[in-house]
Structure formats: C-alpha cells, structure tokens
Design a protein around this ligand. Structure first.
Ligand code: APR
Ligand code: PHB
Length: 389
C-alpha cells in the first residue's frame, strides 16, 4: 500500500492533520491503536484558544463546536477569601476561549474524516516505523498486521506513550522534563455550573478548578497527592473537598450532583527536541506535554499540525524540504512559551509541601499583582487566549 503521509495516532493531532492534508488534496492513512469508541470517550481538558476555534471552523469541522461550545471572556482567580475576574474583553479585545470537551473535538474530526472518505483504521496495535532516514529517492514506511504502508513522510501523532518517539535512534533527542509533586483528580458531574466563569482557586488545602461542559454538566479538578487513586476519593469526599476549597468567598454555594466520571491525571512537563528525524515528524503529545493548569495541551497539538501541514504541502508540491527542515524550530518557540505559562500558572496556584513561609508570601504577592495590575493581568490573558500564530 502507498499513501503520501502515514499518520500514527488518531488523537486531535493525527485526525486534524489528516483532515487539513485532505483539504489540500494530500492523501494520508491514520493508524490508531485503540477502538473508535475508546478514543471518542476519553475525557481530557476542554479549553480551546481563539486560534484553535478559528482553525477548526476554517477546516469545516467547527459547526457543532459553534453550536454547543461555551464561549468565555474571562476567568476567575479566587484566593484569600476573594474572587478576581481576569477580563479578556478589556485586556485582549476580540480574543476569547471556548469550553468544548476534547473528546467532542475528536468525535467531530472522526465524523468529518469518514464522511470525506478518509482512511482511519482503529485497533491497529502493532505499528512499527521503518527507514526513517531513507536513501534519496525512497521513503519511510510503516508496518502493521503483516502489511506495509509506504509513505513520503510519517507523522508521529501517537501521544506521550506512543511508538514514534522511541523509534528515533538513541542520542538524537534531547529531553527536558519536570514532574510535579501532585496530581489532579478530575470529575464530571450532572449539575449546572455554580459560576459563570471558570474558577481557578488557591487555598491552603491545595488548588481546585471549577470548569464546565454544558448548562447541565460541570467539570472539576482537585490537587491531590501524586499517588492518589480514585478509590480513595468516594463522591462525598470529593464534594466536601471541593466545597472546602471553593466556598471561600461570601455568598458562593457549590451545587452538587451525580458524578459520572473520575480520573487522576499526573502533572508533568516534557519536551523532546528536535521534533523530527529524517522523514518522521512528531506532533502534539508525542513531542511535548504540559501540566493542564494553562489548558494548553490540545492547543499546542493544533499549532504543530498547522505548521506541519504547510511544510508537507510545500515538500510534496515543490520538492523543497526547507519548511520541513525548519518544522521543529518553528514549533518550539510556541511550545516553550506554553511550557513557561503552564509552569507559571501551576506554581502560582498550587501548594507545594516543600514551600516555606517565604515561598507562600511570594505566591500571594504575585496573585495580588496579577489581580490588580493591568500589565500583569494582560500577561496572563494573552497567554491564556493563545499567542498569535
Ligand atoms: N499506535 C497507534 N496509535 C497509538 C499508539 C501506537 N503505538 N500509541 C498511542 N496511540 C494513539 C492513542 O491511543 C491516542 O489515540 O495515539 C493517540 C494520541 O492522541 P493524544 O494522546 O490525544 O495526543 P494528541 O493527538 O497529541 O493530542 C494532544 O491530547 O493528551 C491530550 O493534553 C493533551 O490535549 C492534549 C492533546
Ligand atoms: C477543563 O475544562 O477540562 C479544563 C479547564 C481549564 C484547565 C484545564 C482543564 O486549565
């Protein structure tokens, strides 16, 4: 078999890449390890930057997102017994975010790919990558289930635990990482949001986040120890802790409801450089991950794939590999900005066992600065809604 672009992984990165290539008349095959049902149900974050929304709309996969997504013009920072709104409409006029679950984006992309006759294969468990650095005139190829798929380029979009990054020979990648000494317990509940805006709250008991998915479904996260399990967190305990961390301003009551999803997400940061080797290009979580505090993971995957689409198109239509050669460098500027922003939001809002009173005062001082200085608030706002492409 032959295709122009062999894509490993059907998360947001692989599916969007396949669709953007299709719109430019470039063929691809997407090979996904899990079932369609599994990837459509996998619950992840849900904040889309303005540029992500625009990209999905331009690609013709934004109709349901525009109908069902929840546009937001701000977030609330809550600490020290007070809530403070960071007002995007004032600080970064014309730019906002949309709350829409990542698995809904994945559902829309799969539907669009299949409707356009796209080749997306699920439950392919034994993908292997070959000839990544091919002789001139030949290409790399993928094998799976006894078949061979020849390609012009391979896109490794198979997430942090995928097979693409480990296929790069040793000694080529530099890896930069940080583990945080806590995790997030995330839940979905059948209850109307108790707040107009997302609430990021710092308390002496730890961080909590109030987000939402629809007028009847709310999403919450709690900072928990790194080895926490969902078994240790029965529903009652979760609501008690959410109330303790969120009912900290006068007049605010947290509405509760039936919890129908629970999971623990580790908090870590990771970047592999360069994001390419020979004719293999890594995109999304395969190359980099951020802690979810800044909600940048999905948005970075979209940014990578935009750059990669342009570079592949140039290569296949003109034979010039210039943009492809510069792919990693072009992406890494945005990735490191998001790494810094995610680290900064995480550090600002979580409690660290290692913190002494000095560190605590610094944290509170910075929170006061961000909530009173327009310059500091603008820094948060422009990063949150997403830096320009
Ligand atoms: N072969 C084929 N597919 C694989 C393999 C493999 N060996 N290993 C993993 N996969 C699949 C996973 O099952 C998953 O569907 O690759 C896909 C990777 O998707 P994501 O993990 O969603 O990563 P990405 O598309 O880069 O999207 C980034 O996802 O993890 C979140 O926070 C992250 O929001 C960000 C977004
Ligand atoms: C979510 O709604 O899942 C969400 C929102 C904001 C974040 C992370 C996750 O920072």
């Amino acid at each position: 078999m032959r295709t122009q672009v062999g894509i490993v992984g059907a998360g947001p990165a692989g599916l969007l890449l396949s669709h953007l290539l299709h719109l430019r008349g470039i063929s691809s095959v997407v090979l996904e390890k899990r079932s369609r049902d599994y990837v459509e149900r996998r619950v992840r974050a849900g904040v889309l930057e303005q540029g992500t929304v625009d990209t999905l709309v331009e690609a013709g996969v934004g109709a349901r997102m525009l109908r069902e997504g929840l546009p937001h013009n701000g977030i609330e920072l809550r600490y020290g017994g007070q809530g403070h709104r960071i007002a995007f409409e004032k600080l970064v006029p014309g730019r906002s975010i949309t709350v829409y679950g990542q698995q809904e984006v994945v559902k829309d992309l799969i539907a669009a790919r299949l409707e356009a006759g796209g080749d997306v294969r699920f439950e392919i468990e034994d993908v292997a990558l070959h000839a990544l650095d091919p002789e001139p005139g030949s290409g790399p190829y993928l094998t799976f289930g006894g078949e061979r798929l020849d390609c012009d380029v391979i896109a490794g979009c198979d997430g942090f635990h995928g097979v693409s990054r480990p296929s790069i020979p040793e000694g080529i990648l530099s890896v930069f990482e940080r583990e945080y000494p806590f995790a997030w317990l995330g839940i979905l509940a059948h209850v109307a949001p108790s707040s107009e805006e997302l609430i990021y709250t710092r308390t002496e008991r730890g961080f909590a986040l109030h987000s939402m998915r629809s007028p009847t479904v709310s999403r919450f996260y709690l900072q928990v120890p790194p080895d926490a399990t969902v078994e240790e967190w029965p529903d009652e305990r979760i609501w008690d802790e959410l109330k303790a961390r969120l009912e900290t301003v006068p007049g605010f009551t947290l509405a509760t409801g039936e919890i129908f999803e629970k999971g623990v997400t580790p908090m870590r940061a990771f970047v592999a450089e360069p994001m390419q080797h020979g004719r293999l290009y890594l995109a999304g979580d395969a190359a980099h991950i951020v802690p979810p505090t800044g909600a940048k993971g999905l948005n970075l995957a979209v940014a990578d794939v935009r750059v990669l689409t342009e570079a592949i198109d140039r290569y296949l239509t003109t034979g010039s590999a210039g943009l492809l050669d510069g792919y990693s460098a072009a992406c890494l500027k945005r990735i490191w900005r998001a790494q810094h922003f995610s680290w900064w939001m995480t550090t600002l809002l979580h409690t660290f066992d290692s913190d002494d009173e000095y560190a605590r005062r610094l944290q509170l001082s910075y929170l006061d600065y961000v909530t009173t200085s327009e310059a500091a608030a603008t820094t948060l706002a422009e990063n949150y809604v997403g830096m320009p492409w």
